[in-house]
Design a protein around this ligand. Structure first.
Ligand SMILES: *Cc1c(COP(=O)(O)O)cnc(C)c1O
Length: 412
C-alpha cells in the first residue's frame, strides 16, 4: 500500500469557516423569520461585478480565440510580456521603484503562490509567522513538513509566532532571535492594520542583518488611503535583497472568481545552499513555474491588462471607493456602539474588540442571534485574535448601512 503525506494529518481541521457555517445554518433553521434579514459580513470575498473595461477585454480575447489567425495556445509560463510589462511599469516603475518586467511572474492567485514559494526554499529555515494570521501561511508549511505537531492551543512546533496585539497596533515587531523566513501581510487580513514605513524599515534591516527573506503579501495594497503607508515592500531601500512580494488582482479588480495574481522575485534576492554558497532565487522560481505551471489563460491575462488602462484604473478606484465607503460606515457604526475599532482605514476589514467578558465566539453568537449579522471570530485566526472579531466591508452599501445600524442597536 502506498504511503500518504502524514504532514496533512497534523493540520487542525479547517475549523473556522465550517464552524461559522454550522452555527449560521442552525440559527437560520431555528429562526426562519430572522434568517430572512441575515446579512453576511464574514467571508473576505468581493461582491461587486467586474469593471467594464475588464469585461470588454475578456470579450475581445474570447473573440480572438474563436479565429484561427488570432487563436492562442500555450502562452509563456511566467505570463505574457505585455502583462508583465504593464505590471512592472504601472505598479512599480511609475512609482520610482526598480522592478524589471522579467521579475514579475503572473499566476492564477496569490494563495497558490504563497504555498508554491516553499518549493524553492529549503526545509531547514526557521519560520516566523504572525498571530493572528491568514491561515494559508501556516498550513502550507505544515503540509510540506516544516513544522511539528500543533499543541492544545493550535500553535505548531517549529513556528516562531510573532504576537500581534492591541499594544503593538497588530503590527509585528522583528524578534530578538534570528529567523530565516518571515511572512508579513500589509494591509493585513484579518486585522486591517497597515505597517508604516518605519515598521517595514525595521523588518528590512532585520532581514538584511540575518540573511532572512521577507514574504510580503500586499493583496490589499489598493485599499491604502493614508499617505505615507508603503504600497510595496520595495519602497524600503534594501528590500530587493531580502523580499519577495505577492500581489493579486482579486481584491482590487474583483478577480476572486477570475483568478490572476503575480509574484515579484528580484534578481538581486539570494539564499544559501547548505554548503554556504549564496545563489539567486530568481532562476529557481522561473524553473518552478516552467515545470509546474502552464500559465494563466489568455482571456484572463487580457482582463488583468485592462485594469491598467485609463478606464480600468478609474473603475478600480470606484470599486475601492465603494468598499472603503462601506468600511467608513462600519467603523463609524461600531465606534458609535462604544466598541474598540481598529482597521477599516487602509483595508476593507474592521477589527473590533468584543466588550469585556465576551470571547470572540460569544460575540459571534450574540451578533448573529440579536443583530442577525455574520462576522468572523478573531480567535479563528490565532490565539491573539481572541476577544476580537472581523467585519468585512465587502458588501452592498445598503447592507453596510444596515449592519452599522444594527451594531449600534445591540445592547451588550
Ligand atoms: C484575498 C487574499 C489574497 C489573494 O488570494 P488570491 O489567491 O489571489 O485570490 C492573498 N492574501 C490574502 C491575505 C488575502 O486575504
Amino acid at each position: 500500500m502506498a504511503y500518504l503525506n502524514e504532514n496533512y494529518l497534523k493540520l487542525k481541521a479547517g475549523y473556522l469557516f465550517p464552524e461559522i457555517g454550522r452555527r449560521v445554518k442552525a440559527f437560520c433553521e431555528g429562526n426562519p423569520e430572522a434568517a430572512k434579514r441575515l446579512i453576511r459580513c464574514g467571508i473576505g470575498d468581493v461582491t461587486e461585478p467586474l469593471p467594464a473595461a475588464v469585461v470588454a477585454a475578456m470579450h475581445r480575447a474570447v473573440d480572438e480565440m474563436a479565429v484561427r489567425d488570432t487563436f492562442k495556445g500555450y502562452g509563456p509560463e511566467q505570463g505574457y510580456e505585455w502583462l508583465r510589462g504593464a505590471i512592472a511599469q504601472n505598479d512599480y516603475r511609475a512609482h520610482g521603484l526598480e522592478v524589471a518586467d522579467d521579475e514579475i511572474f503572473v499566476s492564477d492567485g496569490s494563495k497558490c503562490d504563497c504555498g508554491a514559494i516553499l518549493d524553492i526554499l529549503g526545509d531547514r529555515n526557521r519560520l516566523a509567522i504572525t498571530d493572528p494570521v491568514y491561515p494559508v501561511y501556516v498550513d502550507t508549511n505544515v503540509m510540506v513538513g516544516h513544522t511539528g505537531e500543533a499543541d492544545a492551543n493550535g500553535a505548531y512546533a517549529g513556528i516562531h509566532y510573532l504576537p500581534c496585539t492591541q499594544a503593538n497596533g497588530f503590527i509585528p515587531e522583528p524578534p530578538q532571535e534570528a529567523v530565516d523566513v518571515v511572512y508579513l501581510c500589509s494591509p493585513n487580513n484579518p486585522t486591517g492594520a497597515a505597517a508604516t514605513r518605519e515598521q517595514l524599515e525595521a523588518w528590512v534591516t532585520y532581514a538584511r542583518k540575518h540573511g532572512a527573506i521577507l514574504l510580503f503579501d500586499a493583496a490589499y495594497e489598493a485599499y491604502i488611503t493614508q499617505p505615507g503607508i508603503p504600497h510595496s515592500i520595495y519602497e524600503i531601500p534594501g528590500a530587493r535583497e531580502c523580499a519577495i512580494e505577492f500581489r493579486s488582482f482579486s481584491k482590487n479588480g474583483g478577480f476572486t472568481g477570475v483568478r490572476c495574481a503575480f509574484t515579484v522575485v528580484p534578481k538581486t534576492l539570494k539564499a544559501k545552499t547548505v554548503a554556504g554558497e549564496s545563489l539567486p532565487l530568481h532562476p529557481l522560481w522561473s524553473r518552478r513555474m516552467t515545470t509546474k505551471f502552464n500559465g494563466v489563460s489568455y482571456m484572463v491575462q487580457r482582463a488583468a491588462e485592462a485594469l491598467y488602462s485609463a478606464e480600468g484604473k478609474a473603475q478600480v478606484r470606484a470599486l475601492i471607493e465603494h468598499y472603503m465607503g462601506n468600511a467608513r460606515i462600519l467603523v463609524a457604526g461600531a465606534k458609535a456602539a462604544g466598541l474598540t475599532v481598529l482597521g477599516g482605514v487602509n483595508a476593507p476589514y474592521i477589527w473590533v474588540g468584543a466588550p469585556a467578558g465576551y470571547t470572540s465566539w460569544q460575540a459571534f453568537d450574540k451578533i448573529l442571534g440579536e443583530a442577525n449579522v455574520v462576522i468572523t471570530p478573531g480567535s479563528g485566526f490565532g490565539r491573539n485574535g481572541e476577544g476580537w472579531f472581523r467585519v468585512s466591508a465587502f458588501n452592498s452599501r445598503a447592507n453596510a448601512e444596515e449592519v452599522s445600524r444594527r451594531l449600534q442597536a445591540l445592547r451588550w
